[in-house]
Design a protein around this ligand. Structure first.
Ligand code: FPP
Length: 256
């Protein structure tokens, strides 16, 4: 239960948000788990465990706010460079997460999706994710989209190879390739009209993109927050959404 004070504070921030301008697709680079743990003299994986709890909380808040797609960068194609123990821990997290959380996802009409090179994940990780997708496939509310073994340059390479093959087979003329064709070749294509995030949040004070959604963020607003992912809470989230709502999005044009 929230204390009275906290509930009250949440209410104030929530009232402050324009519910007609909630971003449809929010993507988050969940950074700072390791530093959060190290600051507390805990092993790095304790930060990932706490980070998993943050994922649960933020998923519920995002769904309640009416966000259509929440994309979370859970494991990058570069994260394999980490110590084996840490990689193994991260690979076991989806099973732990979905084992305890799928009933809540179903209750809240949330559908699980995944994007990334899932065939390179351990079989048990693949099973955890695919089972969760199967169990939530008829849900029509928010899409909880995990980027797992995802890298944007690799995604673009794979997409371009696919288009080149279509040209080679005579199914596509080079002159027909346009922005829509390329969007269709990206891993976000199943998200349809919500493929491109309107808002990208990165936690823990780092201000870089780290090979995330390079094609899709052409017109996204970026919000960088100082909190490490395990301490990212409803207040920080709503304040990032408020920052988004205060931005003047011109898409290269002029303000009306
Ligand atoms: C970045 O922090 C975080 C990750 C690489 C892993 C993200 C995973 C979670 C938040 C757990 C939830 C996942 C699922 C599938 C439910 P970091 O380790 O790079 O932190 P640092 O920069 O402080 O070292």
């Amino acid at each position: 239960m929230f204390s009275f004070k906290k509930k009250n504070q949440n209410q104030v921030v929530s009232d402050d948000l324009d519910m007609t301008r909630i971003p449809k697709h929010v993507a988050i680079i969940m950074d700072g788990n390791g530093r959060w743990a190290q600051k507390r003299h805990l092993p790095r994986v304790a930060g990932h465990k706490e980070g998993m709890n943050t994922v649960k909380k933020i998923t519920m808040v995002a769904s309640d706010l009416g966000i259509k797609v929440l994309t979370l960068y859970a494991f990058s194609t570069e994260n394999w460079k980490r110590p084996e123990d840490e990689v193994n821990y991260l690979m076991d997290l989806p099973a732990a997460f979905f084992d305890s959380f799928v009933p809540d996802l179903i209750k809240n009409n949330i559908r699980v999706e995944v994007m990334g090179y899932t065939d390179q994940l351990p079989k048990s990780t693949q099973k955890a994710v695919f089972d969760a997708m199967e169990q939530t496939k008829t849900n029509t509310g928010m899409v909880l989209n995990f980027a797992l073994n995802y890298g944007s340059r690799a995604e673009i390479v794979t997409g371009m190879q696919e288009l080149a093959n279509q040209v080679k087979r005579g199914e596509l003329e080079p002159a027909q390739i346009d922005e829509a064709t390329i969007s269709q070749a990206m891993m976000t294509a199943p998200l349809g009209e919500y493929a491109d995030p309107e808002l990208l949040i990165r936690t823990s004070g780092e201000q870089r993109i780290s090979n995330f959604l390079l094609w899709q963020i052409a017109y996204s607003e970026f919000v960088f927050v100082d909190q490490h992912w395990p301490e990212f809470d409803v207040q920080v989230f709503k304040s990032a959404l408020k920052t988004f709502q205060n931005r003047d999005r011109r898409f290269g044009g002029l303000t009306k």
